[in-house]
Ligand binder design. Sequence first.
Ligand code: AMP
Ligand code: MG
Length: 404
Amino acid sequence: MLTVDQAQEAILAACPGLNPVRLPLLDAYGHALAEEVVADAPLPPFDNSAMDGYAVLAADTSGASSEHGVSLRVLGDLPAGQAPRFTVTPGTAVRIMTGAPLPPGADAVVMVEDTRTEGETVLIFDEASAGQHIRPAGDDVAPGQTVLTAGRALDAAALAMLAAAGRSQVMVTRRPRIAVLTTGDEVVDTDGPLAPGQIRNSNRYGLYGQVRDAGCELSHLAHVGDDPEAVRAALRAAADSGDAVITTGGVSVGDYDFMKQVLQDMGQMDFWRVAVKPGKPLAFGSISGKPLFGLPGNPVSAMLTFELFVRPALRKMAGCSRIHRPCATGVLKSDVRHYPGRREFQRARIEWEEGQLVARPLSGQGSHQLFGLVASNGLIVIPEESEGVAAGETVQVIILNEGE
Ligand code: AMP
Ligand code: MG
């Protein structure tokens, strides 16, 4: 049986990044950048005013104060978007708007709140220092500077940066297309009443959301009963449709758990057990040369093993350099029991309380108990060799989402 780290490592090694494509900026959102982006011009492109006010010579304002105004002759207005038409000379000022280019001669801006207009002149009530309220060209980004590196997931800030740098298209990694196949005779979709013994197909929806959250699209979403021939055909269709296949159910040791056998026959099975709780039966291999993840059927096991083993792999395929969730340490708020053996991940509420991060294990840690999962915003990691952790001790936590 592999450890969590060994399994993650083996999976990542078997999941190469996909090809790059060139996309318009808006379509590139959520993709990973597949090129280094270097600024070819300074940002901002020119010296400009950070305030609405007056462009002046700082030396002219010497001795100005709230009680004593210095009078300067106003040459005219300079709105944003216009080239300067005036040169500021001793004894003069230009009325300037935020973002307008600094007129030649001026070396400071006095904000409008520190001034009063009087006909053709302005009274300045602030002794300005040279450079005041000026945003110099290149003080954000210098020409030749790398602004984004390959592997950066294009979030809002990255899109804004690309736009500012004048990029209308970028090279990104193609979005992985993922097939999801759920299994089980007892599993039915959400509509209609349940016959005795049936349960709803929650994995279909949970995994759909997880695949989308990981920055991938669904190529295929299907369900198949516990029949080896039907499983075979369904797996073939799933493998043909996308870049990777995820199945749930049928990988443990029950009489109807055909998935493992079918996988072995049709493709290649690298391993099928990992020392993790929840989720010990977890198959990984390939079919038609595409990675295949055989997740356990229990809804919490399926979603947690996706989180731990599939998500990093999909993020790697998507070209992201950051593939793991952020981790932190937190103070455990109640005792956690653990028998040495498997690394355990407990659903928890992680909160900032009284100056420290605290982790509260939720009740309902069973691998079928979705309520504990939906109430959680993170995971507490209990190491393999642990014999339990007492309240007040420090634990590693994985931050999954913002929580409610
Ligand atoms: P299996 O791994 O097929 O033995 O399934 C383990 C448990 O998970 C059983 O209780 C199944 O009924 C349940 N299960 C399997 N697939 C799903 C699914 N798609 N949605 C919800 N529960 C499932
Ligand atoms: Mg089953």
